[in-house]
Design a protein. Sequence first.
Length: 562
Amino acid sequence: MKKNLMLVGTALSLSSCSMLLSANRADVTVIGVNDFHGNLLPTSFRVPDPADRTKTVSVQAGGIEAIGGILAQARQDNPNTVFVGVGDMTGASPLVSALLRDEPTIDALTQLGMQVNVVGNHEFDNGIGELLRFQKGGCDSNAPDRACKYENTFPGAGYTYIASNVIDEKTGQRVFPAYKIVKVGPARIAFVGAVLRDTPTVVTPSGVAGLRFEDEVASINAVIPQIKRGGADAIIALVHQGGASPDAFDVVDCKTLTGPIVDIAKGLDPAVSVIMSGHTHRGYNCLVPGPNGQNRVVIQGDAYGHLLQRLDLSIDTRTNRVLSVQARNVVVDAKDGPKDAAMTAIVEKAKALTDPVAGQTIATLGVEQITRAQNPAGESALGDVIADSQLAATRAPEKGGAVIAFMNPGGIRADLPVNVPNPERNVTYGDAFTVQPFGNILTVITLTGAQIKDVLEQQFDNPSAGQNRILQVSEGFTYTWDNSKPKGEKVSSITLNGQPLDPAASYRVTVNNFLADGGDNFTVFAQGTGRLGGDVDIDAFVAYLKSKTVAPGPLGRITRLN
């Protein structure tokens, strides 16, 4: 009889534990977007072909209306849903947002209930003062011709910018909070953030003047004890740095991730349950072991809102423990997916203000589309055209007398035009602006042939990129590179108009002001002398497209041996 009573007692105890676990369990959905770059409208995106995964097909993806539709459905399915940003929500934006200083984008993300966004490098494009205006609101901008044209008084972002590793050099204090704890239903989720520490190498120096960018891992780990004392049930890292994987974005738990985010993931405190990443514009959903050897999810959702990062977490709020994590990348179907009416209103308002400028047809191409896709040597058809346009704008003696132009590939933001088919081969001002949205100033400098060789070698020694970053070059300039050679010795056979480059001779070279200041770690450009500023890059590009029926020739300016 006592034995039976003991069994009954055990059963009651197990049932009570089960009920207690159920009472303290919270199922939370986290949806994140990275590298949105003000893309309020959908763009082309390639996805695996369902009939043959060795191939891809093009779909229309992204756009704020479709993102809003997915968020609404997710919240209907699970009211415990939170929306976050993983950096570069603004900057390098299409004209529909950029001409209004990205205020429509900030308004849209606010209305969609974004809670927190880690700053990305492009959030610094216009300087810390403008970024602080994005947070706090107001019209005191360094672009008075664009600020507060969307609303008479800009209220600022309804979400919180965070960054654990951005320091004001004068005060030694963080410019933004390191983290934010968000209450999602019964759970308290801490989002802790960091932007890539090499931000100063990928942003115009004036944009980060007075700021120091510290190590991502050390900065995040330093605040973990404080987050724990704040009673967080789960910790998620938002890191605006990334990597790449040969696996498609819809492959779950891939083991093939490479790039800077891998070392970051390996070093972050085990209390961080998931790492949501950005910056490299890749889609992946991988596992990387932390310092305790346990695998955890590292995910990124391509760019421009094509994919949303989705996490479904089961959390024990009594023990502050994540019981399980399911991660996936969700394609934002712009054609057949649900739309958010409030977002449609924002898009229509922004377009009404910018369409008169964007819709002007400026040129007819000789082909349907000129792409920025690089061949194995790193050369692209669109890169050739842009470099040629910059040389054309600076060739005249009074414009600098340039004989060579270099263009950084990261400044080429889209194909021309973005969307096909384009049977009439027309290009609008909006198409051109989408390709080159930064408003950089063309700058002519004098470099020796030896310095030009050094610049080309720096393409293969670029820690901020985590990969080679091949400069696009103007017509008449050619060279060969061999990846099997050691650093500093990869480049050979440099010629200008068929003649070998003379190491001792001086050459007038055109770059944008970003490169002229040593951006993308091309520090040799900053050694240039006889600096002369000129046209805005988009103006030079538009003038070149207007001047002729542009059709790129065969790619052959850059040759790769291995």
